[in-house]
Design a protein around this ligand. Structure first.
Ligand code: GAL
Length: 426
């Protein structure tokens, strides 16, 4: 990130210089220009959710100009964003999430939104965990949109009725369900060898095995020594077991393909963030008839979160007033409900009536709001570590799962090595 940071800093300084000249020459009121939004919401539910925001903005004189880059987990979108910035053409708004936000803020690319946050009393209306995430060095650096729950297990109701079981609450029940599903020629669990999807499943299993305290040492404090704990070994063994239950040949399926298999009765369960629930609903599936949603076994009363945010980027186009207007509009109570209903996530606001949410969302929101629940950040979705550490962990898990010669203790050693301690200035 260091090399990138200094490169970005130079480009950014040049951009600021150019923009001052342009602004001085034109010296006129800002015209109502479209805002160019770079994001990775391209599936049916993601599209519907983004369209809610687009429609709200249009009704208020702001035009959402879409720059959507397909690719689950934003792998491609983040690369495109970096290259656009290096080419001197940053988007006005970008889906930047978690710790990546602070990296961009450090190079001066993010427009602080302190005025919007103050006017709208975000410190009172938003969850404290959400405020912490978007606050950096006394600045508000992004607009929070929704809270996803990573430790979500979706199951096919028809198939579970056929095997005569309730959804699993323990790993022992999970294994019984898996055997029964196999007995009726159904693959127990949707699986993909995309590294980010493996990492998404792994962190839920890890939380289940370790509990929130050790999880925090491993993922938040990133204590290398903690990675040698036997509970981590158990989580890695379980991860391998889950993969062996689910796949014969290594395949990189998209997460929407996994959700499609669940809906079409080809697999019994799926462990994925609740955006998969949003997708099933966007296809017309019913959470009371077709599929159900519970937490990953062993993670009751725990919320493994990933919070989607939009950052307003400083650009030569002088869009500050429009960007602030957009920030104020999309964080409002109605926008939050409309967006999250499609996205599968839950509002970042505390002033929501949980009865207006579907049962999966209601459990997510009330757990996130509960003082007795544990909220822990997702590594796979950038809430706990930067892009480099996250990718190194995902690649290590990929190596472990695709190389039968690597055992769990070797994977532990490698994970301990790639997990670096958080930067001291955070
Ligand atoms: C996450 C993102 C979600 C969803 C998912 C699948 O990183 O927070 O909004 O889009 O990826 O692409």
């Amino acid at each position: 990130m260091k090399a990138l940071s200094s490169g970005l800093l130079l480009v950014f300084q040049w951009l600021l210089g150019v923009s001052c000249v342009v602004f001085a020459l034109t010296a006129q009121a800002q015209p109502a220009l479209p805002v160019d939004v770079l994001h990775w919401w391209t599936s049916a539910s993601e599209r519907k959710a983004a369209d809610q925001l687009g429609a709200l903005l249009a009704a208020n004189g702001v035009q959402w100009k879409d720059a959507a880059i397909p690719g689950g987990g934003g792998m491609a979108a983040v690369k495109v964003l970096k290259s656009r910035v290096l080419m001197g053409d940053p988007p006005d708004v970008a889906q930047l999430i978690g710790t990546t936000l602070t990296d961009w803020a450090d190079v001066g690319l993010v427009l602080p939104l302190n005025n919007v946050a103050e006017r709208q009393r975000w410190s009172q209306s938003l969850f404290p965990t959400v405020m912490d995430l978007v606050t950096y060095k006394d600045n508000i650096i992004a607009v929070p949109l929704g809270i996803h729950r990573i430790n979500t297990l979706l199951y096919n109701r028809r198939l579970f009725a056929r095997i005569g079981m309730a959804p699993p609450a323990t790993w022992a029940q999970f294994e019984v369900a898996a055997r029964k599903l196999r007995a009726i020629q159904v693959r127990p669990l949707a699986w993909s060898d995309e590294p980010w999807q493996m990492a998404t499943i792994f962190e839920s299993i890890l939380l289940a095995e370790t509990g929130p305290a050790l999880y925090a040492d491993l993922i938040v404090q990133r204590k290398s020594s903690a990675w040698m704990d036997p509970r981590v070994e158990r989580a890695l063994n379980r991860l391998r077991l889950l993969r062996s239950l689910s796949t014969d040949t290594p395949t990189e399926r998209t997460w929407t393909e996994g959700a499609r298999e669940l809906l079409e009765d080809n697999v019994g369960m799926m462990i994925m963030g609740d955006w998969a629930k949003g997708e099933l609903m966007a296809w017309g599936a019913s959470p009371t008839k077709d599929f159900g949603c519970v937490v990953v076994p062993g993670t009751a009363n725990m919320h493994l979160y990933s919070i989607d945010t939009l950052a307003m980027l400083v650009s030569p186009r002088q869009r500050e007033a429009t960007q602030e207007k957009m920030a104020a509009l999309v964080s409002g109570a109605n926008a939050q409900l409309a967006y999250n209903r499609h996205k599968g996530s839950v509002p970042v606001r505390r002033d929501v009536d949980p009865l207006t949410l579907d049962s999966c969302a209601r459990d997510s929101w009330t757990t996130f709001a509960s003082p007795r629940a544990a909220r822990v950040p997702s590594l796979a979705h950038r809430m706990a570590a930067d892009e480099t550490v996250k990718d190194a962990v995902a690649q290590t898990l990929w190596r472990y799962l695709t190389d039968p010669g690597m055992d769990a203790s070797e994977a532990q050693r490698r994970l301990a090595a790639v997990i670096r301690a958080p930067r001291s200035d955070r």
